[in-house]
Design a protein around this ligand. Sequence first.
Ligand code: URA
Length: 204
Amino acid sequence: MSDDDAVAFEGATVTACTRCPELCDSRSRIVNGVGPDDAALCFVGEAPGANEDERGEPFVGRSGDVLDDALGDVGLLREDVRITNCVRCRPPDNRDPRTDELANCRDHLERELDAVDPDVVVTLGKVPSQHLLERDVAITSEAGDVHDVRVGDRQFRVVLSVHPAATLYDRSQRDTFTDAIAEAAALAGVEREGSGGQSRLGEF
Ligand code: URA
């Protein structure tokens, strides 16, 4: 048990948490981060959606296909990277997580980043970008920017990115997204030469 009776962990995995009463009602399960415990590259999204809540894994819906495609473009598989969220429980009606929920889940993310110690963190969308930078972010114009950011007791190199779902609604965001992922992979030194992944989306 942690010093907070509402929370229990196994390593960096949150096994129980009742800090957010509304999210306790809306979730089917806690969705923890997946991927290697020592990944060089870590992606941080907003919160689980319906697919993630059902499967217990971040980014497994259509947004996840977009992310997998961009990883494939630089020769990576999702198994090569860490993927997590700012908030681990699905908000009702897929609303954005509230400030108090982000705050309640903050030390879970800090614990995970501290344990994994990635070389590069990529924020997927406005919510995680603002959460880590602790300021307003104009994500479409700031995507691709790199910042050294203090998270908990540690400093991380953070690459800002638009959310993968943005590329589904607005095709012009596709290059912005894939460029940010490629930049992050290069910064982390994990880009593989001669890649060319198989798209799960076809032409979108
Ligand atoms: N969007 C997110 O921000 N996180 C997920 O896990 C899925 C979709």
